[in-house]
Design a protein around this ligand. Structure first.
Ligand SMILES: [Zn+2]
Length: 271
């Protein structure tokens, strides 16, 4: 069912449409504005960046300290996109598969193996990266190592980064791998950055969160810099910020509504 506001489940079918990757039609719908943008700017490949916890209003609050992302927005699109859950794993599964959590049943990395064991052909747990690989496209993923392992022999390139207490260093290693991967010219690359989420949990004052936001923007800027001309960037959050009890004390009415509705940012831009 297509809703007026886009959903995280729309990202996979949109990538399927623009790169002409065949997939079983999932729950999500093609976001026509994104498809139009891709054609208008003569794009040829896609980089999908999940910036963990990048809520729609969080982006608005901090856009002035996110020059790389806001320069994409100034030439591209910024949309509010309905999230599907409050936790990372089911949201990322929806982004990658195009199905809602009640249909993909993925709430943790282990669930992927369990659902695959039940039915190896189940299209509801098959990601757009795997659909791409099966159709002869070059697809690559750079995420946390346990999640990356679920893609073994299912994509052209996978790079796992071990979880770390030092999340700034972790994201830095993600970016280094992503930049290396770009030199192999993938048709589709997916990357997950986690520092905003970790700092939202740990941060007592806004200052530390701002540092994570600046760091995320710098990292995204580096990927943009190393990507070839003709790359469409899709940058999205997975859910709104965690640790809401402390953040809501300083939140505006709009931010509170945005959190309750669980709307994340989806940024679309072409290099
Ligand atoms: Zn998350």
């Amino acid at each position: 069912m297509c809703t007026p506001r886009c959903s995280l489940a729309d990202i996979a079918p949109t990538i399927s449409r623009i790169l002409a990757i065949p997939m079983v039609v999932p729950d999500g719908c093609v976001i026509n504005d994104v498809a139009d943008h891709y054609i208008k700017h003569d794009c040829k490949r896609v980089v999908l960046i999940i910036a963990d916890s990048l809520g729609f209003k969080l982006y608005h609050r901090y856009e002035s300290i996110m020059p790389s992302v806001s320069s994409l927005v100034s030439q591209g699109l910024l949309m509010g996109c309905s999230s599907v859950e409050r936790h990372t794993s089911p949201c990322i599964a929806s982004i990658f598969s195009g199905y809602l959590p009640e249909n993909h049943h993925i709430h943790s990395t282990e669930d992927i193996y369990r659902e695959r064991a039940k039915n190896p052909e189940n299209p509801k747990i098959k990601t757009i990266l795997e659909w791409a690989y099966d159709a002869g496209f070059k697809s690559a993923v750079v995420i946390e190592s346990e999640g990356a392992e679920t893609f073994r022999e299912r994509v052209d390139e996978l790079h796992g980064v071990k979880n770390s207490e030092d999340i700034i260093d972790y994201d830095h290693r993600i970016i280094k791998s992503a930049i290396n991967t770009l030199s192999n010219e993938p048709d589709l690359l997916a990357v997950h950055l986690r520092s905003i989420d970790r700092y939202a949990h740990r941060s007592i004052h806004g200052k530390e969160l701002e540092e994570a936001i600046i760091n995320t923007d710098t990292n995204i800027g580096q990927i943009i810099e190393h990507a070839e001309k003709g790359t469409l960037f899709l940058i999205c959050g997975d859910h709104t910020i965690h640790g809401w009890e402390k953040w809501k004390l300083k939140a505006t009415d709009e931010e509170i509504r945005n959190h309750n509705e669980n709307v994340v940012a989806l940024i679309v831009g072409c290099k």
